[in-house]
Design a protein around this ligand. Structure first.
Ligand SMILES: Nc1ncnc2c1ncn2[C@@H]1O[C@H](COP(=O)(O)OP(=O)(O)O)[C@@H](O)[C@H]1O
Ligand SMILES: [Mg+2]
Length: 296
């Protein structure tokens, strides 16, 4: 087809979903270069990321896929400045647009989260504080990062809950996390993660643990919001079918390294890394088994 393919996603044009309304599609929203992360403990240290590089093109959804333990969440945590205790960045660079994040202090990183990037994780209920109702939690995020008045905050909370597909925002704003279903709780988390107008969203296994129908609804919601708001999204998953359906480009991780990056079509149809081929074979087997189960 004459499409030039690069093993780095930065040269990949924006996804069709993002549309032409987004200025600067094709720019790089996030660039991680040669990121080395290690964990220190009393017995010494172990390297968890061995020089991870990946790029997320502006206004697109980029998948980060790999089996459990490959370092996907560590990569995300490094980007967000939320590495667990004892784990640190040794070298490399993480650039959000032109801003270098490696070396920023905790206060600067805290101020960036919210306005700069939203975060959505697996298990939405643990992301919500059990003691406060939805409206209060969302209001606190706005208080921390904006100067909105009480009335403005209220209006914005309802607007974002509605945008996340919640039909009765007033009622849900009064609800406590334990009163919400998993899917509803994830919608609340998504609304909260976007309420400070970030341009970048990190979703780490956002639908793992939800049942299949709800999973689909949440992915459709994220895809819709990505397109409507022109977000750049790093979608972390162990599920290649999610990448195939929702992402424009993908990086494949294997034991602390990115082994392959590129457009989804290219990587899934003509993988170059042997690990990607293995992952594809395994997931095809899984699809077959699912189909067999369905027809059994
Ligand atoms: N707090 C921690 N301290 C040290 N090592 C960790 C910690 N959490 C996870 N790890 C290790 O880091 C590696 C990558 O984990 P992770 O990024 O969570 O993988 P993934 O998200 O791809 O399943 C694994 O080998 C895991 O055991
Ligand atoms: Mg993980």
């Amino acid at each position: 087809m004459g499409i030039k393919f690069s093993t780095r996603t930065g040269s990949v044009a924006g996804s069709h979903r993002a549309g032409a309304s987004v200025a600067g599609v094709g720019d790089v929203a996030l660039e991680v270069s040669d990121l080395v992360v290690r964990a220190d403990n009393s017995r010494g240290f172990s390297e968890l990321l061995h020089g991870v590089s990946l790029q997320v093109a502006s206004g697109t959804m980029h998948g980060l896929v790999g089996e459990t333990g490959s370092g996907k969440s560590m990569t995300a945590a490094a980007v967000m400045g939320l590495l667990p205790k004892g784990v640190s960045v040794v070298s490399g660079s993480i650039k959000l647009r032109d801003r270098e994040l490696v070396g920023l202090g905790p206060k600067e990183l805290h101020d960036l989260r919210g306005p700069a990037f939203g975060m959505v994780f697996q298990n939405p209920r643990t992301a919500l504080h059990p003691m406060y109702n939805v409206g209060t939690q969302m209001s606190r995020v706005l208080e921390a990062h904006t100067g909105f008045s009480r009335r403005e905050r209220r209006a914005r909370i309802f607007e974002f809950l509605r945008m996340a597909g919640i039909a009765e925002p007033q009622r849900i704003a009064q609800a406590y996390p334990h009163e919400l279903s998993g899917g509803l709780a994830q919608r609340v988390v998504i609304a909260t993660s976007l309420i400070c107008d970030p341009t970048f969203l990190i979703a780490d296994e956002p639908t793992t643990g939800l049942d299949a129908t709800v999973q689909r609804q949440i992915l459709e919601l994220l895809a819709r919001l990505q397109g409507e708001l022109g977000l750049s999204v790093l979608m972390i998953t162990h599920d290649l079918s999610i990448v195939a359906q929702y992402c424009a480009s993908v990086s494949v991780m294997h034991v602390g390294d990115v082994v392959e990056s590129g457009k989804v079509r290219q990587v899934l149809h003509t993988p170059t890394a042997s690990y990607t081929q293995k992952l594809l074979r395994a997931s095809r087997l899984e699809f077959v088994t699912q189909r067999e189960r369905a027809t059994a």
